[in-house]
Design a protein. Structure first.
Length: 291
């Protein structure tokens, strides 16, 4: 299966990115000094982030303000799904218990997912959110993900480093697309500016979790395999400062980002929305397994 945003080619590394890891010459061993449990958990964290946001974006279908935007959000969702597939495959491979990416995606309970809670909350198209909240979340998440993956490209784990390096261009497009919408809505009219500000108010309380390292993240950062999310705070803040300034919007929280205290999504503690999301996402796979 082709992963969107990556061109087909003859090299082994490209074949791996296209989802055929057994054809690759990329070193798939666990780096020295890193436990398999930590590496597997870290891959789950990054993979679950992408998987759950991909599902949330796909919920919009053709209900976006413009038909062209439906195609764009669909493409972003598909690129995130490609990242999730590779990361979940790596998590199962390292774990060594025979679980593949499909099993990890469709047959885990909410408490077993390790995504940040920002990606799981319902920002629309239902009654609990709207397009502005979806765009606000996409900007926050992608700005953070670009910063994290920029550092992850230097990981001692060859699989993570290769994926990160080849994902940055796509993630940057996601970030810039969201920024353009924030500027367009924030600077258009009093009503659209109010709605855009309300969208940020909806998702802002979840941003603190992005920058507080989980013990697994901290250990892998020390080992040169992962990224300490606290290290990207200023970079993400600078991106947001620029977008808010051009859009003529004010940051929702004077403390810079939302307040966060463990436990959170990285610990398997989720919002009430997660159970409903998984019921929708996993229904067909679980039904087929019972047939």
């Amino acid at each position: 299966m082709d992963v969107p945003g990556v061109q087909s080619g003859a090299s082994d590394v490209q074949q791996w990115v296209l989802g055929a890891p057994y054809l690759s010459t990329v070193d798939r061993s666990v780096p020295r000094g890193v436990t398999t449990s930590d590496l597997s958990r870290y891959c789950l964290m990054l993979g679950d982030d992408a998987l759950i946001l991909s599902h949330r974006l796909s919920e919009w279908g053709i209900r976006t303000p413009e038909l062209e935007e439906a195609a764009v959000l669909g493409a972003i969702a598909l690129e995130l799904l490609g990242q999730a597939r590779i990361l979940l495959h790596r998590a199962g491979e390292v774990e060594g218990e025979g679980r593949d990416e499909d099993n990890l995606a469709y047959f885990r309970a909410a408490a077993d997912f390790r995504n940040v809670r920002l990606v799981e909350i319902d920002c629309g198209p239902g009654q609990t959110g709207d397009f502005s909240a979806t765009i606000a979340r996409l900007l926050l998440f992608s700005a953070w993900r670009v910063a994290v993956f920029g550092r992850l490209a230097r990981s001692r784990d060859a699989v993570l480093a290769t994926l990160a390096a080849r994902s940055i261009a796509g993630l940057t497009r996601h970030r810039d697309h969201a920024a353009q919408w924030v500027i367009r809505l924030g600077d258009a009219s009093a009503d659209s500016s109010r709605r855009m500000a309300a969208g940020f108010q909806r998702v802002w309380p979840m941003t603190g979790e992005l920058f507080i390292p989980h013990p697994v993240e901290a250990r892998l950062a020390d080992a040169g395999c992962g990224v300490d999310p606290a290290a990207v705070r200023s970079e993400v803040s600078g991106v947001l400062d620029e977008v808010f300034s051009v859009a003529r919007l004010v940051r929702p929280d004077p403390t810079e980002f939302g307040v966060f205290a463990r436990p959170g999504g990285r610990d398997g503690t989720h919002t009430g929305a997660m159970e409903f999301l998984l019921a929708d996402m996993q229904y067909l796979a679980r039904s087929a397994s019972l047939a």
